[in-house]
Design a protein around this ligand. Structure first.
Ligand code: UDP
Length: 340
């Protein structure tokens, strides 16, 4: 589907500046905007993103570089920003919080200032269920108190608060999308999850199925859950991408601020994920029990209906077997790449 030859088929004004558009969720979102005929510009420093995942115009730059940010806004005149660029490792945020306060909080301030100077007022950004901390109730609805327990979660909450304050003072319009567990890959197979190091469950289990790892460690089997392992809400990365498009169209239609969860509302245990990976791949997967990972709450499942009520968002691929199937296709193809 050509993005340049057609007028936007959604009521969206571009170009959209996609900070972190070379990353996992950012690249899927860029792809969707372009399929809908909305112009994009990706801004990414490629510290964790991948050049081959970038679609359309690209500026390799760092959000710490304010002069370049000003030039990018002057040159591309973005009508809106979608902001994915952030550090995302909970463990690293505990040992090196400085990096997280700099790159998540201070760099977001840089971005908001560049927007303000350029008169660009709409931003959709990646928040996280980590802003809720240890849940007091599950499913977790959007009115659940936000009391993050890691520096990572705290930086995401600071970002939300900063945008709230800018919204009230300067007329910024923002959507904070609190993701649960992003998973899967594009159904076309060209985009997927590559983190170095990889710490996420589904890719690690699939690496084991591919023979790239000997076994998968299950972090804790004595939680207060039916099979003793942690439960998470896995949401397809293409469904996350869709929510960003819907959120931006809401802002451009006049909504000043919104925050909502993005999850399917279904929880799966670590053992259920491994079993699904076995079924989908048809391969044996060796499992070992390991101690609990610090900071892992037993259950994180999205509740609340704000994403549906406000955005009309409903996951199109909520099934775990579909999510794992798309990830399996992507990782199998990656493993065949000569440079893999
Ligand atoms: N997990 C695991 N073994 C691994 C990686 C993760 O048992 O090698 C568990 C982890 O403890 C959590 C769930 O899988 O309960 C999902 O972890 P992931 O890192 O994918 O996402 P998180 O929920 O931490 O954002």
């Amino acid at each position: 589907m050509s993005s340049r030859s057609s007028e936007p088929r959604v009521g969206l004004r571009g170009p959209v500046l996609i900070a972190g558009g070379a990353g996992y969720i950012g690249s899927h979102t860029t792809k969707l905007f372009r399929e809908l005929g909305v112009a994009t510009v990706v801004l990414d420093n490629l510290s964790t993103g991948h050049r081959r995942f970038v679609q359309g115009p690209f500026e390799q730059a760092d959000l710490g570089d304010r002069a370049t940010l000003a030039r990018v806004f002057a040159e591309h005149r973005p009508a809106a920003v979608v902001h994915f660029a952030a550090k995302t490792y909970v463990g690293e945020s505990v040992t090196d919080p400085s990096k997280y306060y700099l790159e998540n909080v201070a760099y977001t301030w840089n971005l908001l200032e560049a927007m303000r100077a350029a008169g660009c007022r709409d931003i959709v950004f990646s928040s996280s269920c980590a802003t809720y901390g240890n849940p007091l109730r599950v499913p977790i609805d959007e009115d659940h108190p936000q009391a993050p327990i890691s520096p990572y979660g705290r930086t995401k909450l600071h970002m939300e608060h900063m945008m709230e304050d800018y919204s009230r003072a300067y007329g910024l319009r923002f959507a904070a999308l609190r993701y649960f567990n992003a998973a899967g890959a594009s159904q076309g197979g060209e985009l997927g999850e590559i983190h170095v190091p990889e710490t996420h469950l589904i890719p690690l289990v699939l690496f084991t199925a591919l023979g790239l790892r000997e076994k998968i460690s299950v972090f804790g089997d004595d939680y207060d859950t039916p099979d003793g392992t942690c439960i998470r809400d896995y949401v397809h990365v293409e469904d996350l991408a869709l929510a960003h498009v819907l959120a931006l169209s809401k802002l451009q239609a006049g909504t000043e601020r919104l925050a909502c969860n993005l999850g399917t509302g279904q929880g799966f245990s670590v053992l259920e994920v491994i079993e699904t990976c076995r079924r989908v791949s048809g391969r044996p997967i060796a499992v070992v029990q390991a101690p609990r990972r610090e900071g892992d709450p037993p259950r994180l499942v999205s509740g609340g209906s704000r994403a549906f009520d406000l955005l009309g968002w409903k996951p199109r691929r909520p099934g775990l077997a579909d999510i794992v199937g798309d990830a399996w296709r992507f990782h199998s193809a990656e493993a065949r790449r000569p440079e893999a």
